[in-house]
Design a protein around this ligand. Structure first.
Ligand SMILES: [Zn+2]
Length: 194
């Protein structure tokens, strides 16, 4: 495979790794904004500082360059001819970091969606990709809402069950008191019998 990048190109590419405001990222941001989504950029409080997060929907989006993030089977993820081992190690490390970040975010309840640079090449393709992304975001949002409702229902159910149990206990105690009244003699003798 051909080494398609000149050293200068590679340098500018390198300086942009996990950087802000890359062209593909801006494209995604504009597309989402146009569709009415509101989001956060590179939230430092989250593992791996995801490019775009939509807290309302519980979605984190990574916009990945194919070369730097080692997009598997992608024609744009070419291996440089010079120093192939060096690049391979570097890219492998990036890919590993992406996997770890994804696992962390998912453990925190985020839905992680990766958008690849190559999917945004050409206006029509980019539009289609962003439309599909918007659909996935909405779906994730619905799922989040559903989970929230389920949690709420189970909390409410648990509370109700506990209340019913206490009521049953109180009724039982009443019943026992009624059926087995404490003789007046004992009642006056024991003061802590309440
Ligand atoms: Zn790609």
């Amino acid at each position: 495979m051909a080494d398609i990048l000149t050293p200068i190109q590679r340098h500018s590419c390198m300086s942009r790794i996990r950087g802000k405001d890359t062209k593909p990222e801006i494209r995604v941001r504009k597309g989402l904004h146009r569709r009415g989504f509101r989001f956060r950029l590179q939230d430092r409080r989250l593992p791996g500082r995801p490019d775009i997060t939509l807290p309302k929907y519980g979605v984190a989006i990574m916009v990945n360059g194919c070369f730097w993030h080692g997009h598997k089977g992608c024609r744009y993820a070419t291996k440089p001819r010079t120093n192939p081992e060096f690049w391979e190690t570097k890219i492998e490390r990036n890919r590993h970091r992406d996997e770890v970040t994804t696992a962390h975010l998912e453990a925190l309840g985020w839905t992680v969606i990766t958008v690849w640079e190559c999917e945004l090449r050409g206006k029509a393709a980019a539009e289609a990709r962003i439309e599909a992304l918007a659909e996935d975001i909405r779906k994730a949002g619905e799922m989040k809402l559903q989970q929230k409702r389920t949690r709420h229902i189970s909390r409410t159910a648990a509370k109700k069950e506990r209340e019913e149990m206490l009521q049953r206990q109180a009724r039982l105690e009443e019943e026992i008191k009624r059926r087995f009244p404490i003789p007046l003699k004992i009642k006056t003798l024991s003061h802590d019998d309440n």
